[in-house]
Design a protein around this ligand. Structure first.
Ligand SMILES: Nc1ncnc2c1ncn2[C@@H]1O[C@H](COP(=O)(O)OP(=O)(O)OP(=O)(O)O)[C@@H](O)[C@H]1O
Ligand SMILES: [Mg+2]
Length: 501
């Protein structure tokens, strides 16, 4: 499928995240970019410490306090998630992006019954009229905000370049007076260019933004009217029914019929409330339905139990249920099965795959286990030392891997059939307070060339869907073969596939 024809639901661009620590600034995520397309599962895979969880936490807006977002953006529905207010973020987080964590216990409250934990999230968004209004204006709002975001990002990117140049020139040591003056003039010139850029950018996007804002305002007006009309309509209907029933109750002489009429009035009242807000009763019904959906037996009984009364696998199903209550369109799963034993692991993976299909979700699936990736991924991003070093379709990564780190990961998958010995990746990941200058994997790889220690490799294009950041793909590099264990496995599985066909 050509990527340009597919709808992007989330876009991470040049994201940089550092942490302040007692030992210095730790560079956890270093200029990563990726897109998530509707309906796909993107797997992020890499060893411990490569920056997978930091990336997912940045998307969810739940980074630790010592995090510094030093660059880039995360675009979702016209918003840069790194910039939206906490209030708005909460709405998005609770609503459209759901997350499942590694350890189900830590995301459940041990002293609150499961049922309450599931309905809690739903009841926060209980105002149905507000939801209806938001739905009605959402498309136009996104279009307008997208334009503003594009403008701000363009300006911000230029400003960062300017700031970086200024810092660099000021930090220069031992420069002559003459050179200092030249630098100053250069900065002056760049500042003038920046001012012009801002003016032009504002002009470029300004007219469009104005136009879209006018459209939005019109839609908002219409939506308000529509919501009000709906409210008036259901209220009118209810009041008519209510008046009629009350009259009947008054006129009714027979006690049994009177009781029946009163019950009907109660039911009508409930149905009326239900149209305007999500009632506790309706929330419970929905919770039970979702509990069934995620495969929890006897949901009515389970609803009133505490987390400790559930097995690990069942707990993880509850966490999934909670994430689903808000009908998210993106689901982020951070090592959702690592804490579970193998058979349960397989069941949860199957569940996630099924839910994803049924609900047409887009999924970011994080794991250190390439074996899991094979069962889940449409596309794969391989992360090492805070960078994406290779990305492509699952087929690209499993049948045509190009980065020595991907080779190393592939060699370390245990082979159940042949009981082949595992090749653990030698060495350890670098200290990210002092990340290596060149390819961060250089000192652990057999394929390292001199340039790997000096310069960071750019992304080389392998195909329209497949990119890898390794100097081995430079036309000047000597031709090397991938490790035998990897090529053998690829050969075997291709043969297996052929036999199945
Ligand atoms: N709050 C923090 N303060 C300082 N460093 C942090 C903080 N959170 C994460 N890090 C560091 O950021 C780097 C990336 O961490 P991250 O949790 O994203 O790794 P990961 O790929 O999810 O690994 P794992 O497979 O172990 O979950 C690590 O070096 C980690 O120590
Ligand atoms: Mg992690």
């Amino acid at each position: 499928m050509a990527e340009k024809n597919r709808e992007k639901v989330l876009s991470v661009n040049d994201l940089v995240i550092n942490f302040k620590t007692d030992h210095g600034i730790l560079k956890a995520v270093r200029n990563i970019s990726f897109d998530l397309y509707r309906g796909e599962t993107l797997c992020i895979v890499g060893e411990s410490g490569s920056g997978k969880s930091v990336t997912s936490k940045a998307i969810m807006g739940i980074l630790a306090n010592n995090a510094i977002i030093a660059g880039g953006n995360i675009m979702y529905r016209g918003e840069n998630l790194l910039e939206v207010s906490e209030d708005e973020f909460y709405k998005i987080r609770g609503h459209k992006i759901g997350m499942i964590f590694q350890d189900p216990l830590s995301s459940l409250n041990p002293i609150v019954k499961i049922g309450k934990q599931i309905t809690e999230a739903m009841l926060i968004n209980s105002d149905k009229l507000k939801l209806m209004y938001n739905d009605l204006i959402s498309d136009d709002l996104i279009r307008y905000k997208n334009t503003l975001a594009k403008m701000n990002i363009a300006i911000d990117t230029e400003k960062k370049k300017l700031d970086a140049l200024e810092t660099e020139l000021k930090a220069k040591e031992g420069v002559s007076k003459e050179e200092r003056l030249k630098d100053k003039a250069l900065i002056k010139q760049k500042e003038a260019e920046f001012k012009l850029f801002v003016k032009e950018t504002k002009e470029k996007y300004g007219a469009k933004a104005k136009e879209l804002k006018a459209v939005l305002e019109l839609t908002e007006k219409k939506a308000k009217v529509q919501v009000q009309e709906y409210k008036d309509q259901v209220t009118k209907e209810y009041l008519t029914v209510e008046a009629d029933l009350k009259r009947q109750i008054k006129e009714c002489a027979d006690a049994a019929s009177k009781k029946q009429l009163k019950e009907r009035l109660e039911a009508e009242k409930e149905a009326f409330t239900d149209k305007l807000t999500l009632t506790k009763k309706a929330a419970k019904e929905k919770a039970l339905e979702i509990m069934r959906e995620v495969g929890i037996p006897q949901p009515e009984k389970r609803y009133n139990q505490y987390p400790f009364e559930f097995s690990g696998g069942m707990r993880q199903r509850i966490v999934i249920a909670i994430a689903l209550t808000a009908s998210p369109e993106i689901l982020i799963c951070d090592e959702p099965t690592t804490a579970l034993d193998v058979t349960i692991q397989a069941q949860i993976l199957e569940l996630i795959n099924r839910i994803k299909e049924e609900r047409d979700l887009s999924c970011i699936f994080i794991t250190h286990d390439l074996g899991v990736v094979a069962n889940m991924a449409d596309r794969v991003a391989v992360m090492y030392a805070g960078k994406i070093v290779e990305y492509g379709t699952a087929e690209d990564i499993f049948y045509d891997p190009r980065h020595p780190y991907t080779w190393a990961l592939l060699s370390s998958i245990p082979d159940v059939d042949s009981k082949e010995k595992l090749e653990a990746i030698p060495g350890t990941p670098p200290n990210m307070i002092y990340p290596p200058k060149g390819d961060a994997f250089a000192d652990r790889s057999k394929y390292t060339m001199n340039i790997d220690f000096r310069e960071q490799p750019p992304f080389f294009k392998v195909s329209d869907t497949h990119y890898a950041a390794t100097w081995l793909l430079d036309p000047r590099a000597p031709k090397v073969e991938m490790p035998k264990i990897v090529s053998e496995r690829i050969k075997n599985s291709l043969e297996e596939d052929r036999n199945h066909d």
